[in-house]
Design a protein around this ligand. Structure first.
Ligand code: HEC
Length: 290
C-alpha cells in the first residue's frame, strides 16, 4: 500500500473506532443530564403542589374558618381542590405537566385513579412499594416521568370521607353520597402523582449528540485533509523528486541536483544524496582515468 493510502486508512480506522466510543460516552453524559433535568422538574412540580396543599391547610382554611365558622367552602378550604385548580392553570402554560391525587374511591371523579395509578396504589397497599415510586410511563401522547406518594387516611379525614350522613352538607350537595365515602383510618386511599413530560430533554440530548458527532466528524475530516496535504508536500513530493533525480543520475545525468525547499530531515537526506553523488562522480572519474 502506498504511504499516503496507508496513512489515510490508519486515520480512517482511528476515526471509525473513536467515533462510537466518543458518541456513546457523550450520549451517556447527555442522557444523564437530561434525566437529571427531568427529575429536577418533577421535584419542582411536586414541591409546588405540596406547597399549595400545605398553604391551603395551614393558612387559607383556618383563616376562612375564622370568618365563616361552621361553613365548608370547598374552593378555599379543600387542599385537594386548590392544588387541582392551581395545576389546571399551570397546564395552560405547561400543557403536559400535571398533578393528580389519584384515588380509588374519590368524592370528585376527576381524581379517580386510572389503571396505571390503581396498579401503583395496590402495590403501595401490598407493601411492594414503600414511601415513593418514581419512574417513566409511556402514553399515547408521549413519555412521562412520574413521582407517586401514597396518602393514608387519618381519623380527622372521616369527617368528610367517612359516613356520608355525617359529612358537611356542602360536600354531600356537591358530590352526592355515592362515592368518596367509607374510607378507613390507616388505609392507603390515594397516590399523589406528579407527571412531567420526559421526552423533550432526551430529544434535546439526542439532537446535541448528532450535532456533536457532526462537528467531531467535520474536525476529523479537516485534520485528515490537512495532514494529507502536509504528507504530500513534505514527504511524498520530495521523495518522488529524489527518486526521479536518483534515476537520472544512475543513468549518467550527473548534472541533476537533489532539491528540497525545506530545512528539515529531507534537507539532510538531500545533502547526503548530494555528497554520495559527488563521491560517485569522483569514483567514476578515477575509474575513467585508469
Ligand atoms: C372538611 C371536609 C374534608 C376533610 C376533613 C377532608 N377532606 Fe379530602 N376532600 C374533601 C373534598 C370536598 C374533596 C373534593 C375536592 C375536589 O373537588 O377536588 C376532597 C378530596 C380529597 C381527595 C381527592 C379524591 C377525592 O375524594 O376527590 C383526597 C385524596 C383527599 N380528599 C384526602 C383527604 C385526607 C387524606 C384527609 C385527611 C387528612 C381529608 N381528605 C380530609 C373534603 C375533605
Amino acid at each position: 500500500m502506498r504511504l499516503r493510502t496507508r496513512f489515510t486508512v490508519i486515520m480512517l480506522i482511528v476515526y471509525l473506532v473513536s467515533l462510537p466510543v466518543i458518541a456513546m460516552g457523550s450520549y451517556f453524559v447527555l442522557k444523564n443530564n437530561a434525566i437529571k433535568e427531568i427529575l429536577e422538574e418533577a421535584n419542582l412540580m411536586l414541591a409546588a403542589m405540596e406547597g399549595v396543599r400545605g398553604y391551603t391547610g395551614q393558612v387559607l382554611r383556618p383563616a376562612l374558618q375564622k370568618l365563616l365558622p361552621g361553613k365548608f367552602v370547598i374552593e378555599g378550604m379543600s387542599a385537594t381542590k386548590v392544588a387541582y385548580g392551581v395545576q389546571l392553570r399551570m397546564r395552560k402554560k405547561l400543557p403536559r405537566y400535571s398533578f393528580k391525587e389519584a384515588t380509588e374511591n374519590p368524592l370528585n371523579l376527576v381524581n379517580k385513579a386510572d389503571g396505571f395509578e390503581m396498579k401503583k396504589l395496590n402495590q403501595f397497599r401490598q407493601g411492594i412499594l414503600k414511601t415513593e415510586w418514581r419512574g417513566f410511563k409511556e402514553t399515547p401522547d408521549g413519555r412521562y416521568y412520574v413521582i407517586m406518594r401514597p396518602v393514608s387516611v387519618k381519623a380527622a379525614c372521616l369527617k368528610c370521607h367517612g359516613n356520608p350522613n355525617a359529612a358537611p352538607p356542602e360536600v354531600v350537595k356537591r358530590y352526592g353520597t355515592k362515592h368518596g365515602y367509607g374510607w378507613k383510618v390507616g388505609e392507603i386511599v390515594t397516590v399523589n402523582s406528579v407527571y412531567v413530560p420526559a421526552e423533550v430533554p432526551i430529544q434535546n440530548a439526542r439532537r446535541a449528540l448528532i450535532t456533536f458527532t457532526a462537528i467531531y466528524s467535520g474536525i476529523f475530516l479537516f485534520v485528515l485533509f490537512v495532514i494529507d496535504r502536509l504528507i504530500i508536500g513534505n514527504i511524498i513530493r520530495p521523495i518522488e523528486s529524489f527518486v526521479s533525480t536518483a534515476e537520472d543520475i544512475s543513468r549518467g545525468k550527473m548534472s541533476r541536483e537533489f532539491e528540497v525547499t525545506t530545512n528539515d530531515e529531507m534537507k539532510s537526506l538531500a545533502d547526503a544524496f548530494t555528497r554520495m553523488k559527488i563521491s560517485l562522480a569522483k569514483a567514476m572519474d578515477i575509474l575513467k582515468k585508469r
